[in-house]
Design a protein around this ligand. Structure first.
Ligand code: PLP
Length: 424
């Protein structure tokens, strides 16, 4: 029976047991961290060979990658990603190590200069808004916050954002310039956008002529199970619908090779890439093409990337399985929390009893378990229901993930019973 419908005496009994366990937890003096989705040392080690690559310096077309130039990046790595994403190589460019930087630059250039289809630089518009599916990725929201957008939250469902809400908003409001999307194994819920949602996003009428879908496919090959997800040809779908410049596609090798020195990838229409590289070419003479060659040699081809992701899966999947097992065992019977069961990506999203997420994070911190701040997955860090917590089990070794999650379950129960007793 749900804890909420139990008698005060029964709730108090659960509370007292949770309080005792919490005392033991604090006494254990843990120092554990489930905050950020970083690859573990074991995962980084899977790409150790990269440190000795590349063995040559010429790109496929003979370009000497040691020299200046080549704003679109080395052909060898662009070709592998064109293949993985099902996009013509002319529509794919490779940057430095952070796809986040390419997202930021796209929006910053639009602010300063306007994008293809814009009537004026975005910064000269009276008002700018951006749609933010929630819960979502805090660093996306940080970019639009930093650039001065008003962020409008829309609910995330299992197959992508609430499209009725999205379509209604963008049809009426020309100040809405775009939407953040993580279409595969979304951060943090693990949702995978359906074909229908994908088609609607690319084809829906928008009041803004220069509306952009920030299609951040960061986890496109990051499986936890046996099969790789479907990759939709969003450039083709958008072009067919008469919106060729709408999707801006991003991904990177950050959680494939080295998170701090991988390769960022951006794909878009010819008009968008000409515009982007024109402005980028003022800021830099070109990206690190030697690293592009190193990655191309390491992977060999798109199948090489997939084979490598199977090795990551073997390291990550046991951690995710254990987190789910602990949540099921410790919290399942009380029905006071829900959590996602992702088939890929880096996160589990947990909703605790409304009004207790901040308290759970505080209790965990005081017991030495660092969790992402409550509300982090919402624009401006504000979760109106104070219920969402993002769990990131990749970085610590399995034994630490287990200890941390057992502690988190205790904190969830303690916070919930505290609130239920106070409200009674
Ligand atoms: N996009 C999403 C959805 C992420 O979760 C992350 C990292 O957690 C990034 C982008 C960062 O990518 P990059 O390292 O290429 O900047």
């Amino acid at each position: 029976m749900s804890l909420i419908s139990r008698s005060s005496d029964e709730i108090r009994a659960v509370h007292d047991e949770a309080r005792d366990r919490y005392g033991e937890l604090r006494a254990a003096g843990l120092k554990l961290d489930l905050t950020r989705g970083k690859p573990s040392a074991e995962q980084l080690g899977l790409a150790e060979q990269l440190l000795g690559l590349p063995t040559g310096h010429d790109d496929e077309d003979g370009t000497d990658c040691r020299n200046y130039g080549g704003i679109r990046g080395a052909l060898a790595i662009r070709r592998i990603y064109a293949d993985l994403l099902g996009i013509p190589v002319e529509n794919v460019i490779a940057g430095n190590n952070a796809s986040l930087e390419m997202m930021y630059d796209n929006l910053a250039f639009a602010m300063l200069h306007g994008a293809p289809g814009s009537e004026r630089p975005w910064a000269r518009e009276e008002k700018l808004r951006f749609l933010c599916p929630v819960p979502g990725y805090d660093r996306h929201f940080a970019i639009t916050e930093h650039l001065g957008f008003e962020m409008i939250p829309v609910r995330m469902r299992e197959d992508g954002p609430d499209m009725d809400a999205v379509a209604a908003l963008v049809a009426e409001d020309p100040t809405i310039k775009g939407i953040w999307c993580v279409p595969t194994y979304s951060n943090p819920t693990g949702a995978v956008y359906s074909e229908e949602v994908t088609r609607r996003l690319m084809s829906m009428p928008t009041a803004a002529p220069d509306f952009r879908v920030m299609w951040d496919n960061a986890y496109v090959v990051h499986i936890l199970g046996d099969t790789f997800p479907q990759v939709y040809d969003v450039l083709g779908i958008a072009a067919e619908a008469g919106n060729p410049d709408r999707p801006l596609i991003f991904t990177s090798t950050s959680k494939i090779t080295f998170a701090g020195s991988g390769v960022a990838i951006h794909a878009a229409s010819a008009a968008n890439l000409d515009w982007f590289t024109h402005h980028l070419g003022i800021a830099t003479i070109g990206p690190n093409k030697v690293n592009h060659l190193a990655h191309a040699e390491f992977f060999a081809d798109a199948d090489g990337v997939r084979a490598h992701m199977v090795r990551h899966r073997d390291s990550l999947a046991p951690k995710f399985a254990r987190v789910l097992e602990i949540l099921d065992n410790r919290l399942g019977e009380y029905e006071i929390a829900d959590w996602t069961r992702p088939e890929g990506g880096y996160f589990i999203s947990m909703d605790v009893l409304p009004g207790t997420a901040t308290r759970v994070v505080e209790l965990a911190r005081e017991a030495g378990v660092a969790l992402t701040a409550a509300g982090a997955a919402f624009p401006l860090g504000v979760d109106p229901a104070d219920e969402n917590i993002r769990l990131a089990p990749s970085l610590p070794p399995l034994a630490e993930v287990e200890a941390a999650m057992d502690g988190v379950a205790t904190c969830v129960l303690l916070a919930a019973t505290e609130k239920l007793l106070a409200d009674a």
